[in-house]
Structure formats: structure tokens, C-alpha cells
Write a protein that binds this ligand. Structure first.
Ligand code: SF4
Length: 319
């Protein structure tokens, strides 16, 4: 693959071959690598802020761009924060998806093959489909797909979405740590951003203790960047709105969703909160398989709001 292609997909093994002979000392200290270091820090910052990062790539900057990916992985290792690890992998996977959308079928297939995904004329094997489906609902349910001879028919968008998941997994799995990184790179803004996020989250935890198990579980899935189905997102937003949480705070809770799109999520949140939809009852939650790990109190209530109000009432008596 050409270096200009590899710069768009620096997580591929072929891209590592481009930079593997460089000395780490040079990469960290030489002015020749200033741009690569800057780009490496920027990759992590943009991942944290959930921003896109489409770089103009040509023969002159492709080496720096590939190197910046490995520097960003070294920064993520240094931070040792599971949220950042996931967020960075999602960021790189989304960027790859957008680059792939512009590629010829031949190039997209070459990138996919390097990740272990093969497409024939009409589709991918059902094993690949199951392995890289972002969730098991709607179009991603095997029962809703056209299956023939062990192959699942996929259109271009679906194929690239599977590749996106493979990229996320690959990026998350790449281990790349470098000694003395913090002596040469200013990681203060990244640490501050991570600390700020934790403070915000702690503030929410005051009420979180009284949440019913179903809502705690949906939040934990979102926190872990698991793709929660629409009904789960809807129930959580309606619940958070029902207990009086502000839209901005709800948006922060939804941010780790893998396919988070600020504009679309805001639209959905505003739609749910504006119409004052109420939280589904426990019966409805069960119907959608969203009643996770009910506890003793659950046996005595019929609605997640009832659970929350009871717990709040009990904890206010303890104060
Ligand atoms: S019983 Fe109701 S409140 Fe309890 S976990 Fe299930 S849906 Fe939530």
C-alpha cells in the first residue's frame, strides 16, 4: 500500500513498517519530529473532545501522520485510563470510516483484508458479520439479514461499519508504551480534561446511588462505550429527564456512545425531554429486555421512578 494510504490507516501492520526503524530518542527529541509530536498530542485531545480529525495527507506529511498515531498510542498507554483507551480507539475508527467512504472499492477491500475482513461480490461471512456487528439489534440481527451459503449480504455502508468496528478493536489492542514520554510532551491539558470529566461524573454519582439497577446498567454500558439499543437510550434519557437532570448533563452521560453524534444526540434528547416522555414501566422494560439485575426492592415496585423515589426518601431520612 502507498504511504499516503497508510497515513489514513496507520493502525495497519504495513503502516508500522514505515516507522519501525526510527530511533525513539530521535522521535521524542529531534526538531525534525516536532510536527509528528504535535499531531500525536492533537489526536488524543480530539479523541477526548469527540472531534473529527481529517488531515490533508500527501507525500510530504504521510510519515509524520503515521508516526503521530504511534505517539498518540504511547500517550494513551501513559495515561492508563480505560475511558481514554476506548475513546481514542473509537475516534480512530470513525476517522477511518470517513476516509474509507472516499476510497475506491479496491482500496477499501485492501484495508479490510489487512484487518482480516474479506468481502466477496455481495457480502461477508456470517462469522465476520457476527464478530464485528456493533450491536445485535435491527439491521445487525442475523435474522434480519439476507444469508446465502454462509455469506451475509451487505451494502457498502454496512460493510464499512463492520470495518469500523474491526479498526476500533485493532486500535484498542495495540500496545505501545514509551519511557520518558512526559519529559518531552506537555500532557497537562490531556490530564486536566480527564480529571475534569471525573469531577463531573462524581457530581452525578450523588444521585446515582439511588438509581434502579436497570438505569445503572444502561449507564454502565454507555460508560463502557457499548452500543445501547434505541429503547435503552430512550428509557435512560426519559428517566434522567424525569428526575430533573439538565439536558447538558444528559448529553455528557450519552457522550461515550460509540456512534455518538453531538447534533443527532442533542436532537433526540431535546425531542424526548421536550415532549416530556415518561420513563417506561418495569413491565415495558422487561419486554425490551432492559430489566437488568433486579434487586429486592424491584420485587415491590412497578416503575423505575418509584424505585428512585423510594431510595431517595430512605437516604434523606438517614441524613
Ligand atoms: S424491576 Fe423495574 S426498576 Fe427494577 S431493574 Fe427491573 S425495570 Fe428497573
Amino acid at each position: 500500500m502507498q504511504p499516503t494510504i497508510l497515513a489514513k490507516y496507520p493502525f495497519l501492520p504495513e503502516a508500522f513498517d514505515l516507522v519501525k526503524d526510527e530511533s525513539m530518542d530521535e522521535i521524542l527529541h529531534s526538531p525534525a519530529f516536532n510536527r509528528a509530536r504535535e499531531l500525536g498530542v492533537a489526536r488524543v485531545q480530539r479523541a477526548l473532545k469527540n472531534e473529527d480529525s481529517f488531515l490533508f495527507i500527501d507525500e510530504r506529511n504521510c510519515f509524520d501522520v503515521v508516526l503521530s498515531f504511534f505517539i498518540s498510542k504511547a500517550i494513551v498507554s501513559q495515561m492508563n485510563d480505560s475511558f481514554l483507551l476506548r475513546r481514542h480507539a473509537i475516534f480512530e475508527a470513525k476517522n477511518a470510516y470517513h476516509y474509507l467512504e472516499e476510497e475506491s472499492r479496491e482500496t477499501a477491500d485492501a484495508v479490510a483484508r489487512s484487518l482480516g475482513i474479506k468481502r466477496d461480490r455481495n457480502g461477508v461471512s456470517f462469522v465476520t458479520f457476527l464478530k464485528y456487528s456493533p450491536n445485535a439489534y435491527g439491521q445487525w440481527k442475523l435474522a434480519n439479514s439476507r444469508l446465502s451459503g454462509g455469506m451475509v449480504e451487505v451494502d457498502d455502508h454496512t460493510f464499512l461499519r463492520l470495518v469500523q468496528e474491526a479498526v476500533r478493536e485493532r486500535v484498542e489492542g495495540i500496545k505501545f508504551s514509551v519511557d520518558g514520554l512526559e519529559k518531552t510532551l506537555d500532557l497537562g491539558p490531556i490530564r486536566a480534561e480527564l480529571a475534569n470529566r471525573k469531577v463531573t461524573h462524581r457530581a452525578d454519582r450523588v444521585e446515582l446511588e439511588s438509581f434502579p439497577p436497570c438505569m445503572k446498567s444502561i449507564m454502565a454500558q454507555i460508560e463502557n462505550s457499548i452500543n445501547v439499543p434505541h429503547q435503552g437510550r430512550f428509557s435512560l434519557v426519559a428517566f434522567l429527564n424525569g428526575i430533573g437532570m439538565k439536558e447538558e448533563d444528559i448529553m455528557k452521560i450519552m457522550a461515550p456512545i460509540p456512534d455518538f453524534d453531538d447534533r443527532m444526540t442533542r436532537y433526540q434528547v431535546e425531542h424526548i425531554t421536550g415532549k416530556e416522555y415518561s420513563t417506561p414501566s418495569c413491565d415495558t422494560m422487561r419486554t425490551y429486555s432492559l430489566c437488568f439485575e433486579p434487586d429486592g426492592l424491584c420485587a415491590r415496585i412497578k416503575h423505575p421512578m418509584q424505585y428512585y423515589e423510594y431510595r431517595l426518601h430512605v437516604s434523606s431520612k438517614k441524613v
